[in-house]
Design a protein around this ligand. Structure first.
Ligand code: FMN
Ligand code: SF4
Length: 680
């Protein structure tokens, strides 16, 4: 860990280090890692333990688990479980790791009701009133009887007992994000009961009240009880939801030891940089704070210490909640305490972490490539082992992968020469950051540039490297990180055959590289998206914002299909539909001729004509420097890095750069060399 002993925490940030009593326990400071999923959960417990431990080591005063099912009637496919006593021993090491650094450990107990289909346990899901479960599963949740409610309370009490046995200091009742039974009961849309648990708000809030009272009784001063609550509205209410949420908060105000304020829509709570801004939930935290004497923790894509301190100073928050800031920089509090503010690795708001959690793979982070690799590759976000033999390393290409490779290799003690053909570093991130809402993605470059200033890296801008120069380079290792370019032949993820006449000069064809480099574009534009991530939708919106008439076409059933995993699909779909002239879903590109393209329905094969003057192909990508890619020096080990090896997400490029920096290799043997969990 590199530290500057002369730096110190600025005075206006020092209140962030005040201890905060939470019921019977005391948080050592105000940095609160709120519950967040990891994609690791019960299949990757060692990884989970190591990752949470590193956050405690980095100064987060409270470190919570993700949501944790407490009974088989809530059988989330991947999340943690505390179903019976056998689970206690599995979770205890997580608590011990957190306690080892003086932090408090929190657990988010949850019962997901009709939010889950119980595909594994095959037990009919539970709901206040019979209702099809969330999603497209052909499963209907059954209405709970009074006996079921009594059982639920017992299961919950047992889970709290077990959580305390594990050593947890804070036990959650999860009623945020509209996805658990207590909020399903609160919602008059989901709760149609006519007994004492339905009807009036005080009837609908009865279950939540009982769970809170039960929790206090069982905890009996041995752990604090936290309530995570979506303060903006109740689930699925078109009108009156805001007022009812506030009334419920007023009614429950003093029951928990801590209010953890979120929004009811997870997509809005975890909004990406395109749809959210720092501190965007302040209003709701204030509304809760005004109704309770208990401490309040709130979130809102905090990235800057100043905003965090401001919300404490102005009385909105007692504890600063963060999921993504703690993922991007598990040592953020330590860096603030040490006055190393410029070393904080700020979250960019890309939501790749949310995508990996949704896809049930260990958490991936664009900014922090060590996330999810703490145990299996033994990567630490702040420590790299010194190299046994110091080498001279040439990195060709100063985009995200090249910058990360240079940074890590230099940190290990190698002497790095970073050669970049352009007159500035950053590669394709410089172009991406022009897209609406992606300005913060520049942080990937900016943070690495700051780090490089303190490391032994020679930077050579305007250096065009060819095979000849490579062969003559006086170095011990070469990494080629020259990125990728967009294909011009129309081959993409769903459409494998090139459409007829693309590139035959019948109609101008542009790639995203050309559009973003400012190539003139006029007339009616068709954006063809067979990439499905952000580029197609973002380019369509960018061009529409310049007054062009834009059609958007994709062989997928929705706009920007992959962004369903990053919480952005709904928003992008809506914007593209509203701002583009036409949206053609489920259509591939059949052929191109002057002033028109033939679109082919992916199911029926039927063709339709779209008139346009230019087509923007957002399809596949290929490594940029094919000739360099084939350079293999006999004497100098040479490896492709990032997009130059395999074009993918920004996160994948940074990760591959990190791998290279650690091993001076990206070959398959090195990449495959990681430990596996006993039960993964
Ligand atoms: C990868 C990821 C997984 C999450 N999983 C959970 C979860 O299991 N339970 C929960 O209450 N919130 C979960 N959240 C929501 C966060 O706790 C938080 O409310 C939200 O991300 C906003 O905070 P932030 O802007 O600091 O990220 C998750 C967030 C992320 C980024
Ligand atoms: S993946 Fe993106 S949004 Fe998530 S923590 Fe990392 S930088 Fe932030």
């Amino acid at each position: 860990m590199r530290t500057d002993p002369t730096a110190e925490c600025p005075a206006d940030l020092q209140p962030l280090f005040d201890p905060v009593p939470i019921g019977p326990v005391i948080a050592p400071n105000r940095f609160y890692q709120v519950p967040h999923g990891t994609g690791m959960a019960r299949a990757h417990l060692k990884s989970l333990e190591r990752m949470r431990t590193i956050k405690a080591e980095g100064g987060w005063g409270v470190v919570c688990t993700e949501q944790c099912d407490f009974h088989p009637t809530s059988n989330h496919l991947r999340e943690l479980q505390l179903w019976d006593d056998t689970d206690v021993g599995k979770l205890r090491p997580v608590v011990e790791g957190i306690h080892a650094h003086g932090s408090l450990a929190g657990i988010e107990l949850s019962h997901n009701g009709s939010h889950v289909a119980n595909l594994d346990s095959r037990i009919p899901p539970l709901a206040p009133s019979s209702l099809p479960v969330r999603g497209v599963y052909p499963v209907t949740a059954r209405e709970m009887t009074r006996a079921d409610i009594a059982d639920l309370r017992q299961w919950h009490k047992s889970a709290i007992r077990r959580a305390i046995e594990c050593g947890f200091d804070i036990v959650y009742i999860y009623a945020g994000h509209g996805q658990t039974l207590p909020v399903h009961f609160l919602s008059p849309v989901m709760n149609q009961r006519t007994d004492e648990y339905g009807g009036s708000l005080s009837n609908r809030s009865r279950l939540l009240r009982e769970l809170l009272e039960d929790a206090r009784e069982v905890a009996d001063g041995r752990a604090a009880i936290a309530l995570r609550f979506g303060a903006d509205t109740l689930p699925h209410m078109q009108t009156g939801g805001q007022q009812e949420a506030m009334d419920a908060i007023t009614e429950l105000a003093e029951l928990p030891d801590l209010w953890d304020v979120t929004l009811t829509d997870f997509g809005k709570d975890g909004a990406s940089s395109r749809f959210g801004s720092e501190g965007h939930e302040e209003h709701w935290a204030r509304m809760v704070k005004a109704r309770t004497t208990k401490p309040v923790v709130g979130v809102g894509w905090f990235t800057s210490p100043e905003t965090m301190a401001a919300q404490v100073r102005n009385g909105t928050l007692d504890l600063v909640g963060a999921a993504r800031a703690s993922i991007a920089d598990p040592h953020l509090p330590r860096k603030i305490r040490e006055g190393a503010l410029s070393r904080i690795r700020p979250c960019i708001g890309c939501n790749i972490c949310i995508a990996s959690d949704a896809l049930a793979v260990p958490l991936t982070c664009t900014q922090n490539p060590t996330m999810g690799e703490e145990w299996r590759r033994q990567w630490h976000p702040e420590r790299t082992p010194p190299a046994d033999t110091k080498k001279r390393v040439l990195i060709v290409g100063g985009g995200p992968a090249g910058l990360e490779a240079s940074r890590v290799a230099a940190e290990r003690g190698h002497h790095v020469i970073l050669a970049e053909a352009q007159d500035r570093l950053g590669g394709h991130v410089n172009a991406l950051a022009q897209l609406p809402g992606l300005e913060t993605w520049r942080r990937v470059v900016d943070w690495r540039l700051r780090e490089l200033q303190t490391l032994p890296v020679e930077i050579a801008l305007g250096s065009v490297i060819d095979s000849h120069t490579l062969a003559q380079a006086d170095v011990d290792a070469i990494g080629i990180a020259t990125g990728a370019r967009w294909r011009r032949d129309g081959v993409g993820h769903l459409q494998r055959n090139p459409p007829a006449n693309v590139g035959a000069d019948r109609m101008p064809v542009l790639t995203p590289d050309q559009v973003l480099s400012g190539e003139p574009i006029s007339g009616r534009v068709l954006v063809y998206d067979d990439d499905h991530y952000f580029m197609g939708a973002n380019l369509a919106l960018l061009l529409a914002s310049k007054g062009l008439s834009v059609d958007y076409m994709t062989p997928a059933p929705v706009v920007a299909a992959y962004t369903q995993f990053t919480n952005e699909q709904q928003g992008l779909h809506q914007e593209v539909t509203e701002r583009c002239s036409s949206v053609h879903l489920l259509h591939g590109l059949a052929s191109v001729s002057a002033s028109r393209v033939q679109a082919r329905d992916v199911y029926t094969g039927q063709e339709a004509t779209i008139t346009c003057d230019v087509i923007v192909l957002v399809t596949g990508r290929i490594p940029a420097e094919a000739t360099l890619a084939h350079h293999v020096s006999e004497n100098t080990p040479t490896h492709l890095i990032g997009d130059a090896l395999s074009p993918g997400t920004l996160a994948a490029a940074v990760h591959n750069g990190h791998l290279y920096g650690r091993h001076l290799s990206t070959n398959t043997a090195v990449a495959s060399n990681y430990r596996r969990e006993p039960h993964a």
